[in-house]
Write a protein of this length. Structure first.
Length: 504
């Protein structure tokens, strides 16, 4: 008798959940929102599509098929209207990040990126905004110069040995070393060897895969994280590795640092990120704690390499696939160089004065943004009307950057790489405003990426130099990418040769 009950219990539990899902699907006020059939009953459809690593393209197709609101899972909806995006992500929005972001942190901790607490996130950003501001870039530029020069030496070696190489991989080496230099005052050394030192790159990649997938079922994250953290091959293990990596870097940095008060007054031009945080912590340990120091260092390492490397790859890839655009940009850089407005080691200020380069960079990040999944948010108390539809509190909604950037209503012929569209729009303020409202490679509103300006600094100093000094030949007309939150190119193989400069 007792055995029969024990055997029957799981079956009844399963039946209960099936009936519950059927009931929700049948009586939900959102039951008529279109989407793939199985998304009405289970998140497995979404989980499976994420597993394939190309959801950015599928997300675009879903909206083309079903319209501005698409069901992705039983309580999850992808949105695309410009008015909806402004409502959900605009400054002052009360749409908190959804539980999907829990997978991006230790279950017992909080981080800036994954923080779902709107007030705490706002307070934390205020502590660190100045470190990532445009005005701080002048202090970080020497760190970037150091890495750009080493990157240049590696390219010269490739021109001499005439070997092909994965430019995307070397962009990641560059971005990793830059963020190490800016954060800890020392490069990791990726540019010296071109290898994954200590498995840091692999660890970041594992974190991306694990966090993306576990976020579909966030309730499993606290149950699995502790166990999986013991295994280096797992994403949870990758996160544990990065945490120890950052803690050790901070420990060594603090042990070897000079007197911080002296550093503040006499070495302001060479202060790295941790230097500045240590000074802030020593001045006000209640406002800037050791934990703040840790989470900001971890955030820089985890997000600061892949995103910039992907953006650099996108710019060069689209230039190499659109030769006329490449020649037009090269002519601008040559002209600036001939006039003495572009130095050998291109400065950030010089790059900002090049209008066509700015348009190229913006268009490339529109065509291939680093992030490729919906930025999930939770509808606040009281519900919200979005795209003419009422969504109850607790509903999960999100816009994918790729969906917004490939909206033909905002970006005509959206699949065409046309930097000129940004220059032409300057004569039509309302059109430019609409384009900028749908342009979000770094996010929008209060959750805009903190490291945005550092990423732009890295791109602005390297790309003009590469275009001016080298000829790259891609080995394929299409590339393979993998989307686990970041849409990472896997096979950007090229040949390179030194270019005879034209400065007439």
């Amino acid at each position: 008798m007792h055995l029969s009950i024990l055997l029957l219990a799981p079956a009844l539990f399963f039946l209960f959940h099936v009936l519950l899902r059927l009931g929700r699907a049948t009586f939900s006020s959102l039951k008529d929102v279109p989407g793939p059939f199985w998304t009405r009953f289970t998140s497995l459809w979404y989980f499976n599509r994420l597993r394939h690593g190309s959801f950015e393209h599928e997300n675009i197709r879903l909206h083309q098929q079903y319209g501005p609101i698409v069901r992705i899972a039983p309580n999850q909806y992808s949105i695309s209207d410009i008015s909806a995006i402004k409502t959900v992500y605009g400054t002052g929005s009360q749409f908190a990040k959804s539980a999907w972001y829990d997978g991006w942190k230790h279950p017992a901790q909080w981080t800036v990126f994954a923080d779902r607490n709107i007030k705490r996130h706002s307070d934390t950003r205020k502590r660190f905004t100045s470190l990532y501001s445009m005005s701080s870039l002048v202090h970080y530029e020497p760190f970037v110069n150091d890495c750009a020069e080493i990157f240049n030496r590696r390219l010269i070696e490739f021109t001499e040995n005439k070997k092909s190489f994965n430019l995307g991989h070397w962009f990641q080496c560059y971005a990793f070393d830059v963020i190490g230099n800016i954060t800890f005052g020392e490069r990791f050394g990726f540019l010296d060897r071109g290898e994954d030192i200590d498995g840091a790159m692999a660890a970041v990649h594992k974190v991306m895969m694990y966090s993306t997938m576990i976020g579909v079922y966030p309730e499993w994250h606290p149950r699995l994280f502790g166990l999986l953290s013991k295994f280096k091959w797992s994403g949870a293990g990758g996160r544990a590795y990065i945490s120890k990596f950052v803690q050790e870097k901070i420990r060594l940095h603090e042990a070897e640092s000079k007197d911080t008060e002296k550093g503040e007054s006499e070495h302001i031009q060479t202060q790295d990120f941790v230097d500045k945080l240590l000074i802030a912590r020593n001045k006000n340990p209640e406002k800037v704690t050791d934990y703040h120091l840790f989470i900001m260092g971890q955030s820089n390492v985890t997000a600061g390499s892949d995103t910039t490397a992907i953006s650099l790859s996108s710019i060069m890839w689209h230039l190499l696939q659109n030769i006329e655009t490449l020649h037009k940009l090269r002519a601008e850089i040559d002209d600036f160089t001939a006039k003495g407005l572009c130095s050998e080691n291109v400065t950030f200020k010089e790059s900002q004065e090049m209008p066509y380069f700015q348009a190229v960079m913006k268009e490339a990040l529109r065509m291939h943004s680093a992030t490729g999944l919906p930025m999930w948010r939770e509808v606040p108390e009281g519900g919200a009307e979005i795209s003419g539809r009422y969504f109850p509190a607790g509903t999960i909604i999100g816009a994918n950057t790729w969906v917004a950037h490939y909206d033909d209503r905002v970006f005509p012929e959206a699949r065409s790489f046309r930097p000129e569209r940004w220059l032409e729009a300057e004569s039509y303020p309302e059109k430019l405003k609409e384009m900028n409202q749908m342009y979000m490679p770094f996010g929008l509103g209060s959750r805009t990426c903190l490291g945005k300006h550092i990423s732009i600094l890295e791109m602005s100093k390297l790309i003009p130099r590469l275009v001016r000094d080298y000829d790259f030949t891609p080995l394929r007309s299409d590339w393979k990418t993998e989307n686990y939150w970041f849409v990472k190119p896997m096979d950007f193989d090229v040949h390179v040769q030194k270019r005879a400069k034209s400065t007439q």
